[in-house]
Design a protein around this ligand. Structure first.
Ligand code: IFM
Length: 444
């Protein structure tokens, strides 16, 4: 790519951080090695509901190939890497005895990153709940707050000498809205949803306190998935459904965590789960706001579903990625400005990326011009938000590698690096070289 196709970064801070993100279940594999316990996703993968019956058993084999993967990051020139710890790898039953082999894996990963000059950003929870805890009610059990705090204490004690950046949760609104624990997700699931939202918020607050007390110079946040929820038609019913989903998707977690209050429209539903002092337990001081953004969500009314919504048609004139996600960089700029205005915290974009099914051409190269155009447009939009005052301090591409994309298995690829799952060979895509140019350009 020529430098004329690099994004405009003129309004970004000189100390802006460029990074890449991944998560444990999506890349590690080795699900039955080194004493790791089962996670809910291991169990879910056995139901046959994942596309092509894919599982996380091998994934990108990062557990064995982490050195090569840190080498890729070094070649990219990124200053930071956001990953998650698999809770069942370090606490096979979710609580009680720690697993030394699991802790050692993250020790060597962190040491490798530091030796490469890459700052580790450790996320405690990216959806792989220990199955043993799920069997005790998971996030529907208020004891989950204590389980999570104890897990945070273990992580702080073991890694806090070398890791300073901690995220409590990745996208709590997404894993609560789509949780398997909520059963059929019809109207009867709504009380469980509110219970789970409140327990996860309490767990966030408890983990912030534990990390703050046990890690010198800790810099702590939570990572929120923020996408505007828009009606898919001009009908009043669709507008109401979109407005309702907007509250659960975008406010149910950051509002109590950063403003000390639930959105007004959900307070009555949370009330049965609220105990005296809970809001103060949730709203603990954080250092930054983690923001993941992809595209607006188009919503239609559906009366028999949880919260009364379903996904609707996207506007015909909006371009889509190959997996059907709208490409609307202006929405990214607006989202950043709105988050800045509402929460007044430094913002780190900890996920943004483009999904496709791109394959190598006959020469073996993976030419992903669509991903480059997407990333350029979104970085331009972020720069625009910064020029309008949004305090954006970092940007992490999702993802370093193609990986396990949840219900879609390996059929969707978000990586800057192509992974041939049969051989585990990694091939940097065109977007990898382009992003290295972005990062290098800013550092000069
Ligand atoms: O792969 C996911 C990630 O785990 C969470 N945020 C969205 C990504 C793309 O769907």
């Amino acid at each position: 790519m020529s430098t004329t196709q690099l994004p405009n970064t003129a309004s970004l801070r000189p100390d802006f951080i460029w990074g890449v993100s991944t998560s444990s279940f999506q890349i590690e594999g080795a699900t039955r090695e080194g004493g790791r316990g089962l996670s809910t996703w291991d169990v879910y993968c056995q139901t046959g509901e994942i596309k092509n019956h894919d599982t996380g058993d091998v994934a990108c084999d990062h557990y064995h190939r982490y050195r090569e993967d840190v080498g890729l990051m070094k070649a990219l020139g990124v200053q930071a890497y956001r990953f998650s710890v698999a809770w069942p790898r370090v606490l096979p039953l979710g609580r009680g005895s720690a697993n030394e082999a699991g802790l050692s894996f993250y020790d060597v990963l962190i040491d490798e990153l530091l030796a490469a000059g890459i700052e580790p950003w450790l996320c405690l929870y990216h959806w792989d709940l220990p199955q043993a805890l799920e069997e005790r009610g998971g996030w529907l059990n208020r004891k989950s707050v204590l389980w999570f705090a104890d897990y945070a204490a273990l992580i702080a004690a073991r890694f806090g000498d070398r890791v300073k950046r901690f995220a409590t949760f990745n996208e709590p609104s997404i894993f609560s809205l789509f949780s398997r624990s909520l059963g059929k997700r019809d109207r009867s699931s709504e009380d469980k949803l509110h219970c789970m939202i409140h327990n996860v918020n309490l767990a966030h607050g408890a983990a912030v306190d534990v990390l703050r007390a046990n890690v010198i110079n800790a810099s702590i946040g939570c990572i929120h998935n923020r996408q505007p929820c828009r009606p898919s038609s001009t009908s009043e019913a669709d507008a109401a459904a979109a407005a309702r989903l907007e509250v659960y998707w975008n406010a149910a977690f950051p509002d109590p965590q950063c403003r000390g209050e639930y959105p007004a429209s959900m307070r009555a539903a949370i009330e049965p789960h609220m105990q005296s002092g809970d809001l103060a337990r949730i709203c603990r001081p954080v250092d930054w706001f983690g923001l993941n953004h992809y595209s607006p969500v188009y919503v239609k009314a559906r009366t028999d579903s949880m919260l009364g919504y379903d996904f609707g048609e996207k506007p015909a004139d909006v371009p889509l990625t190959p997996i059907g996600w709208p490409i609307e960089p202006d929405a990214f700029s607006q989202t950043l400005q709105a988050a800045h205005a509402r929460y007044r915290l430094p913002i780190y974009v900890l996920e943004n990326g483009y999904g496709d099914a791109g394959q190598p051409d006959e020469t073996g190269a993976v030419i992903d011009i669509g991903r480059i155009e997407f990333l350029k447009a979104y970085i331009d939009a972020m720069n625009e938000a910064a020029s309008r005052g949004a305090d954006v301090r970092g940007y992490f591409v999702w993802s370093l590698l193609d990986n396990f994309e949840w219900d879609s298995g390996y059929s969707i690829r978000f990586g800057l690096t192509y992974v041939d799952y049969a051989s585990q060979r990694r091939t940097p895509k065109s977007s990898f070289d382009w992003y290295a140019g972005v990062v290098g350009g800013m550092q000069r």
